[in-house]
Structures are given as C-alpha cells and as structure tokens.
Design a protein around this ligand. Structure first.
Ligand SMILES: [Zn+2]
Length: 198
C-alpha cells in the first residue's frame, strides 16, 4: 500500500530540498520528488489537524461538567505532559492547571460514541490551527495512529515513534477508504486529536 520508504528511495521537498516530512514545507500542498532508483513525482496529501472545538473547551471550564455526559470535571496541577486537546501543547508539569473531562472523539462524525478521559488547560488557550501540520512539540511522544473508514470501521492501528507520525499519516491516507485518523497516546491510550484530508 502506498509509498515504500525503503533505503533506495528518498523523498525530498522541491522547494527547499529538505527531506520529506523533515522540512518546513512538509505539511503544505507541495509536490515532492523521489530520488534514488526511481524518479517519479507524487503529490503530498494535505491534512488538517483537528483539535477539540473552542466552544467545547470553554463549556467544560465554565460549567465544570463534561458536555453531553454531565460528569463533574477534575481540575489539578499537571503531573504529566497531556497534551491539552485544545491547543495541542504539552502541559508544563507542576506549573499549569489542567481540567480532566469525558469526551467522545466521534461526536458529530459517527453515531456510536466511544467516550474517554481527556485534558484541556483550565485557563483559556488558543486552539491549534488546523493547517499547521502535525504539532512539532508532540512528535517526540510515541503515539498510536488509528485509521478509520466511514462507519467507525477501524482499518489499522499503527504505533509511531521518533517523529515518524507525519510519514505514517501520509501513507495511511493513500488508502482512499481512510476517512480520518485518530491520534492516541501510546502509553495512556487516550485520544489526542483527529487528522483529516484537507
Ligand atoms: Zn491548551
């Protein structure tokens, strides 16, 4: 399925010559070229990074209840990196205040929910821009990439480490059946954010 990222073939950005997914243009709608034994050209698939909506984050902190479920939220000083599901930044452990609540990552997309615990900053933060590519700050954290087809049908589950997430996401979206990818934390298993085709 899709590209083979074997040693014979290296993908480079035609704007800056940087390695694919390692350059600043990796998330824009640039064409890339493959050098090595093959000389074909392919388009990168443009993606959106979808953090939870601002209205949801604000409702959580205002009402102190989990929207839809009504469970009381839990607020504390961060003891782990999170991340915040709204700004997609890692928490400053021991400094920042976080709020834990119950969230269904399929809400608005699929009819069958799958709620789980997620965190946001207790104080207002800026939602992560959808067109900013995979959050650089989160590349270092091992994650699980769940590729879903329509109807919440799980097609594959891939563990990504050492910054391989953008490369794997490109490969997953080469399958036209894949509608969206859920990014989850590898150790905690919690939902972080969704990735869609732009
Ligand atoms: Zn935040």
């Amino acid at each position: 399925m899709g590209f083979r990222y074997g040693s014979y073939c290296e993908f480079i950005c035609i704007e800056c010559g940087g390695r694919l997914l390692g350059c600043d243009h990796s998330q824009s709608n640039n064409r890339i070229v493959a050098r090595g034994e093959s000389s074909h050209t392919r388009s990168m698939i443009s993606i959106n990074i979808v953090a939870i909506p601002t209205e949801l984050a604000e409702a959580v902190c205002t009402t102190q209840k989990s929207p839809r479920y009504g469970h009381p939220v839990y607020t504390a000083i961060a003891t782990g990196y999170g991340p915040c599901r709204h700004c997609l930044k890692a928490f400053r452990v021991g400094e920042e205040q976080l709020t834990l609540f119950t969230h269904d990552p399929f809400e608005g997309i699929e009819s069958l929910p799958l709620p789980g615990p997620v965190f946001v900053h207790t104080n207002k933060c800026e939602r992560y821009p959808e067109d900013a590519g995979y959050p650089q700050e989160l590349l270092r954290y091992p994650s699980v990439l769940d590729a879903y087809a329509k109807g919440r049908r799980l097609l594959s589950e891939t563990v990504a480490t050492e910054g391989s997430q953008p490369e794997i996401i490109q490969r997953l979206f080469e399958n036209p059946e894949v509608q969206y990818v859920h990014v989850r934390d590898k150790s905690a298993g919690c939902y972080d954010f969704r990735v869609e085709r732009r």
